[in-house]
Design a protein around this ligand. Structure first.
Ligand code: 13P
Length: 253
């Protein structure tokens, strides 16, 4: 069976002490309240990663929100996948829509980042999603297909099987507008069908596909009940320990 994952994305929030404090709360609550084999992950800004790893990767996995596409070198201000791995992280978000939009990250660049993440033993949480215009003009399946093909489908089957996909409709991120469970399920089933066509049914069946976009403790249950939704990538609600852990617990509530 594929893994159920609830991953938090803190984005560019929380000073050092705030991050330690929020993460400690989350670890304690998950340890005390966990009621299944769902996996909780927090993707934090780089400055937090080393301390969060010390606080408990056995209970909550730790990830970064980006990595550079090269192994190392003269790239002032950048952080490599190898560095992220070296502090004990297991995950890295690749291709978040905010990186595609504000940092002009292309599908080709994201394919390179995915390769380097995998080569360094990190699990890529690879994000795809359409804008509101693309949703409204009906081109969203094409857009998502292109993001999958250019970003991920160059991978061998063996490597692809290590990737987690997150469907994050851009119009639902931070807007309070959630995709309905039906809208999300329709896209997740489409993604799985594309994976089966490119690789095979077994790989498609084994791929964890998360939903992200204004996911909260109130709407998580209905979303996660859909057959092709295997968890969530949570922005705003991951900055509140109670909300985040309630979402984690949704699977076995
Ligand atoms: P929100 O949950 O704040 O809408 O953010 C979703 C997201 O971008 C997670 O990566």
């Amino acid at each position: 069976m594929r893994k159920k994952i609830v991953a938090g994305n803190w984005k560019m929030n929380l000073e050092y002490a705030e991050g330690v404090s929020l993460f400690s709360e989350i670890v304690n609550m998950v340890r005390d309240e966990r009621n299944g084999d769902q996996l909780a992950v927090i993707c934090a800004p780089f400055i937090h990663l080393n301390s969060l790893v010390q606080l408990g990767t056995d209970v909550v996995g730790i990830g970064a929100q980006n990595c550079h596409q090269k192994e190392s070198g003269a790239y002032t201000g950048e952080i490599s996948a190898k560095m992220i791995k070296s502090v004990g992280c297991g995950y890295v978000i690749i291709g978040h829509s905010e990186r595609r939009q504000y940092f002009a990250e292309t599908d080709e660049l994201l394919a390179e980042k995915t390769n380097i993440a995998l080569a360094n033993g990190l699990v890529p949480l690879f994000c795809i999603g359409e804008t509101l215009d693309e949703r409204n003009n009906g081109s969203y399946f094409e857009v998502l297909k292109t993001q999958l093909e250019k970003g991920l489908f160059g991978l061998s089957a063996e490597d692809f099987a290590k990737v987690v996909i997150a469907y994050e409709p851009v119009w639902a991120i931070g807007t309070g507008l959630t995709a309905t469970a039906e809208q999300a399920q329709e896209v997740h089933a489409f993604i799985r069908k594309e994976i089966a066509a490119k690789y095979d049914e077994a790989i498609a069946d084994g791929t964890t596909i998360l939903y992200g976009g204004s996911c909260n403790p109130k709407n998580a249950a209905e979303l996660f009940a859909q057959p092709d939704i295997d968890g969530g990538l949570i922005g705003g609600a991951s900055l509140k320990s109670r909300d985040f852990v309630d979402i984690v617990k949704t699977f076995n509530a």
